[in-house]
Ligand binder design. Structure first.
Ligand code: SAM
Length: 191
């Protein structure tokens, strides 16, 4: 399983995956994580990645060209590998455990586009993204934290990532319809 993240803040990812179960999986090569600085795909001396929205509207959005170039370069670096391009957006489909399971089971890498400012030019959603995902009904300042949530939730479902003591087979959302109740931490013991 490989994740390829496109962001203007690549430095946010190393600390987030420096410790814990996912860090171990990355060190062991079970999970691959590539972090790509969007500015490296922008033209011009100032490597500008933002612009006014195509068709109007307030604020600034990411221009489409650097994002298309970044995705093209990632795909060209490993043409044999199938990949799915995910655009993170509060307006996307709600990410949940069933989507995490689908990604973990698919034999393809996930290219994750993190927006900033007022989001990403519409042409990315229309012509490049395979899916648009939201991690919840709230608005973050950028897609990086959302990407980390997706990477964490998908990675831990990859065989070999969790130790037997941490098995994903009997946990919340896995047996929702069975007679075994979901594991929930009572409020009193969480406080
Ligand atoms: N103007 C946008 C709107 O009203 O929907 C919000 C843009 S938000 C400030 C900037 C970026 O953060 C988005 O492009 C997206 O990548 C990310 N983001 C914010 N909230 C998110 C959420 N709930 N789920 C996934 N990504 C989110």
């Amino acid at each position: 399983m490989r994740f390829e993240v496109i962001t203007i803040f690549p430095g946010m990812f190393a600390p987030a995956f420096a410790e814990g179960v996912i860090a171990r999986a990355i060190r062991q090569g079970i999970v691959g994580l590539g972090v790509h600085d969007l500015r490296e795909y922008a033209e011009g001396r100032h490597r500008k990645v933002d612009d006014e929205p195509f068709g109007g509207g307030g604020g600034m959005v990411f221009k489409p060209e650097p994002i298309f170039s970044a995705v093209e370069a990632i795909r060209a670096s490993d043409p044999e590998r199938r990949s799915r391009c995910i655009l993170l957006s509060p307006q996307g489909e709600r990410f949940d455990q069933s989507i995490a399971r689908r990604y973990a089971a698919a034999d393809e890498s996930l290219i994750i586009v993190c927006g900033r400012y007022e989001g990403v030019d519409e042409r990315v959603r229309e012509h490049l993204a395979d899916e648009e995902l939201s991690v919840g009904d709230f608005v973050l300042t950028g897609g990086e934290l959302a990407a980390m949530i997706v990477i964490d939730a998908v990675s831990r479902l990859i065989p070999g990532v969790l130790g037997s003591e941490e098995s994903a087979a009997r946990e919340s959302f896995t047996r929702m319809c069975s007679t075994i109740p979901c594991i929930r931490v009572p409020r009193s013991s969480a406080e």
